[in-house]
Design a protein around this ligand. Structure first.
Ligand SMILES: Cc1ncc(COP(=O)(O)O)c(C=O)c1O
Length: 362
């Protein structure tokens, strides 16, 4: 089979890049990955991490050894630096960034706060990273209705997700950039708007976008969205640095919670008869500090509020057919024709095939 020759950067472009980045200067910051001795071409998580990432992890341990029981102040200080960094990448404010070790932990907390008895449907795509994909597949086995919209073409994904949302939808979970093929998912604001119309939540997995494509929540119209991401990929922070960004008036109360949140306000904790949540992420680590990683301060991202009317009375889950009927009726009404029975069904089959051929790791 003949392959097209790779396109070389034009000389002026290459010269401009070299003028900006001197490889030798850069290599000095990556000594532990021995970048002068070997070529690392992986473009994602397992690329070279800078020495400073190692030093930060090491410093966490050293701080614990030095400050012992007084380490909290230091830890919060570091956690705030991390929040500021993630907030900058999202064009957002650090007060709305909560930290945890991985996005799965935060996605699970998010899911645990949804009124799934009253709204038993989750809408997602067939190209989500394993964090969301596997967890939702497992929830589907337990009777949660998971609608997987085909991710391709990414150019129209947002619109197709939007028309899949209805008043039984608890949340939409979608990536900002597809990890499978790096396609950017444009126009996610229409999903946000659809969610707002029916009172559903939107969670955007921005891991594959973070620090590699611009992702301003303001410009994207996603200030009402929940966003997960982390430092393991294009931020080169090393492991244990994930975040969940939550909207200003977040009132969700996760069922999966740690113990530290209620200590935010010692005068109120613990309240009899009701589990309390602190007022913001900064002072709300969910559990005790891990021994590794000053960047991995584990924080609760929830602010206090009511869980909403998650009554048992409306817990009957519609069958797949019923849901597809609803979708198809709406499609006809809206004239979009974007999602048909066959699409969702085919996608389900498609995802099994994908698993059989082995997962793509991020
Ligand atoms: C799109 C996406 N989401 C999430 C993750 C990581 O998930 P977790 O933090 O649960 O390991 C990755 C890769 O590491 C990813 O590519």
């Amino acid at each position: 089979m003949a392959f097209a020759a790779p396109r070389r950067p034009s000389p002026p472009f290459a010269a401009a890049v070299l003028a900006m980045i001197n490889p030798e200067d850069l290599a000095k910051h990556y000594t532990r990955f021995r970048v002068t001795e070997r070529i690392l071409l992986t473009g994602h998580s397992h690329q070279a991490w800078p020495d400073v990432a190692f030093e930060a992890q090491e410093q966490a341990w050293l701080d614990a050894a030095q400050y012992v029981d007084d380490v909290w102040e230091k830890a919060f200080e570091k956690a705030n630096e991390v929040r500021r960094g993630f907030a900058r990448l999202l064009d957002d404010t650090p007060e709305r960034i909560a930290l945890a070790q991985n996005t799965h932990e935060l996605v699970v907390r998010f899911l645990s706060a949804l009124p799934l008895r009253k709204r038993p449907t989750l809408v997602t795509t067939d190209a989500e990273f394993h964090t969301i994909r596997r967890q939702l597949d497992r929830l589907a086995e337990e009777g949660i209705e998971v609608i997987k919209v085909p991710a391709m073409p990414a150019a129209t994904l947002a619109e197709r997700l939007a028309i899949s949302v209805d008043d039984r939808t608890a949340a939409v979970l979608v990536s900002a950039v597809l990890y499978t093929n790096a396609h950017i998912v444009p126009n996610l604001r229409v999903v946000q708007e659809a969610c707002e119309r029916v009172g559903a939540e939107l969670l955007v997995d921005a891991y594959h976008a973070l620090n590699v494509v611009p992702f301003s929540l303001k410009k994207e119209g996603l200030e009402r969205a929940y966003v997960v991401g982390g430092g393991y990929k294009y931020c080169q922070l090393g492991p244990g640095n994930a975040f969940l960004r939550f909207p200003a008036d977040c009132a969700l109360r996760p069922v999966i919670t740690g113990w530290f949140s209620e200590f935010t306000d010692l005068s109120q904790a613990p309240m009899p008869g009701r589990v309390g949540y602190g007022p913001g992420p900064r002072a709300q680590p969910t559990s005790n500090r891990d021994s590794v990683g000053c960047l991995e301060e584990r924080c609760n991202w929830w602010i206090s509020g009511d869980p909403g009317a998650a009554g048992w009375e409306d817990s009957k889950s519609p069958t797949q057919e019923e849901h597809l009927d609803r979708l198809s009726r709406r499609d006809v009404a809206a004239g979009s024709g974007a999602i048909r029975h066959g699409c969702a069904t085919r996608r389900r089959h498609g995802s099994s095939r994908a698993r059989a051929s082995g997962p793509k790791l991020g």
